[in-house]
Design a protein around this ligand. Structure first.
Ligand code: PNW
Length: 483
């Protein structure tokens, strides 16, 4: 095999997947078209103070109408893969219903991708639960596992002949804990027991869908995407700080990775829940369903955390704590005293510290603890940064900070590969500036700029740089020196 490091810079194998990612609610718009019904995010956007600027997903990037143009962009950027999600409320607004027009949109999109030689990576759930299902209890209702499996089979029935890579859930931590405990995300509930029920039912939905899809299509590649953090004790010599880092790791990372890949919930998380009087509603046989074998694990990584058990004097860095008017709470149920402390690293517009080496360490740890034993590969399904981009007088967007962010994280992926991690692809978040959840359109993660007045798309410098990496399969000599 070709050497990975050399005069040509850092080389990735020819089969390495170079992609970009989006999610339905964040880009599509067309919220009331062709039979789409309301999702929990349509409702949440109308709660006063829930979303910055009272922004909604009504128009977003208007991708529902501009998808052909967006496909041209993807081809221009040399993408080998496109990670997108299907909107449940376009397809199965209620159990037992199917909306053909919703499926047809994704069928056209998939055909368009394949025509351009771009592999579709489909995510079934990226946070837009039909409001009709939330009205029946949402993720806190155990029946949701069955509803989700039915929806998964419906989408597979329409697209399974052309889509090879299927992801059940994107970041169930966010859906359950920001949605039902912290209240930062839809449906905005702040009910600890409902939140841990949602954790379990999301995972049960995942496993039930995996079993159903596997039976329908033995050759489909099935996975889940988890968001993980690297929690370091602020003072590694302080047992209280070490315990704080351990609780955060248990409640953000292990609570999801272990049931899915090892078939058990971590005792530290069970104890943390019990301490606040709540419990995962596990029934006999559930963990067998939840740990149905997978073909890959997707990891989303943005930042790490340095944590202490002692209330800090300085400013707290709380990933995901939206700067909005509505009161929210700590999302991690039973976390206890855990406070983030700044390491003085550069930050993105989300206030998240830039910690590329955290990605290398995370990949190594995830393989050692989970994907190695399960014998499955890893993909970075999201990584990227929000910055306050400036538009130059000639209309170009010289986003040097985002270029540096991407390069440094790709170097970390390469370092993990050199250390033996089987990570086979990388998806930049995001293809387009889009609806950044509780932050609305204020935070721009795109490698392509979207003008939200005209909806015009402009590839940023980061898009050009990423296109070059995707074309050549390498980072230029010195890593950070880009063409
Ligand atoms: C992920 N947190 O969200 C999502 O998958 C994307 O849809 C989103 O646009 C992207 O990351 C950037 O935020 C997260 O609070 C939201 O730690 C919040 C957190 C993590 C990920």
């Amino acid at each position: 095999p070709a050497p990975e490091v050399g005069d040509a810079g850092l080389r990735f194998p020819a089969a390495f997947v170079w992609g970009a990612a989006t999610a339905a609610f964040q880009i599509e718009g067309a919220a009331r078209e062709d039979g789409r019904t309301a999702s929990i995010w349509d409702t949440f956007c109308r709660v006063p103070g829930a979303v910055a600027g009272a922004d909604t997903g009504d128009v977003a990037c208007d991708h529902y109408h501009r998808w052909r143009e967006d496909l041209d962009l993807m081809a221009e950027l040399n993408l080998g893969a496109y990670r997108f999600s299907t909107a449940w409320p376009r397809i199965c607004p209620e159990p037992g219903t199917v909306n053909r027009k919703g499926l047809d949109f994704y069928s056209r999109l998939v055909d368009g991708l394949l025509e351009k030689g771009i592999a579709p990576w489909l995510t079934l759930y990226h946070w837009d639960l039909p409001q009709a299902l939330e009205d029946r209890g949402g993720w806190a209702n155990r029946d949701v596992a069955q509803w989700f499996a039915e929806y998964a089979l419906t989408v597979h029935g329409a697209l399974g002949d052309r889509v090879r890579h299927w992801t059940t859930l994107n970041e169930p931590w966010c859906s359950a804990l920001l949605g039902y405990a912290g209240g930062q995300h839809a449906p905005g509930r702040q009910e600890p027991q409902a939140a841990v029920s949602a954790v379990h039912h999301l995972l049960l939905a995942h496993g039930t869908a995996v079993r159903a899809l596997r039976a329908a299509d033995p050759s489909a590649q099935l996975g889940i995407t988890l968001n993980m953090t690297v929690a370091d004790p602020a003072d590694p010599d302080d047992p209280a700080d070490r315990a704080a880092a351990d609780r955060l790791d248990a409640l953000q990372n292990r609570l999801f990775a272990e049931p899915v890949l090892l078939g058990r919930y971590p005792q530290v998380a069970i104890d943390a829940h019990a301490a606040v009087g709540v419990a995962l509603p596990v029934r006999d046989g559930d963990l067998e369903v939840i740990s149905a074998p997978l073909d890959f694990l997707g990891l989303n990584y943005y930042t790490g955390a340095s944590v202490t058990a002692h209330p800090p004097a300085g400013v707290e860095v709380m990933p995901g704590g939206a700067d909005v008017a509505r009161p929210t709470s700590e999302p991690n149920v039973g976390l206890g005293q855990v406070h983030s402390v700044s390491r003085g690293l550069p930050r993105t517009a989300m206030e998240w510290e830039v910690q590329p080496d955290g990605l290398r360490r995370l990949l190594e740890r995830v393989q050692a603890d989970w994907t190695g034993p399960a014998d499955i590969p890893l993909y970075v399904t999201e990584n990227g940064a929000a910055y306050d981009d400036e538009v130059a007088p000639d209309g170009s967007v010289p986003d040097a900070d985002r270029v540096a962010y991407l390069v440094r994280h790709l170097e970390a992926v390469h370092a993990a590969r050199r250390n033996g991690v089987d990570v086979r692809g990388y998806f930049a978040w995001s293809l387009l500036d889009n609806f950044e959840w509780a932050y609305g359109y204020d935070k721009r993660f795109g490698i392509v700029r979207v003008d939200f007045d005209t909806l015009e798309r402009t590839p940023k410098a980061s898009a050009r740089a990423y296109a070059e990496v995707a074309r050549t399969g390498r980072l230029a000599p010195g890593g950070t020196v880009w063409p």
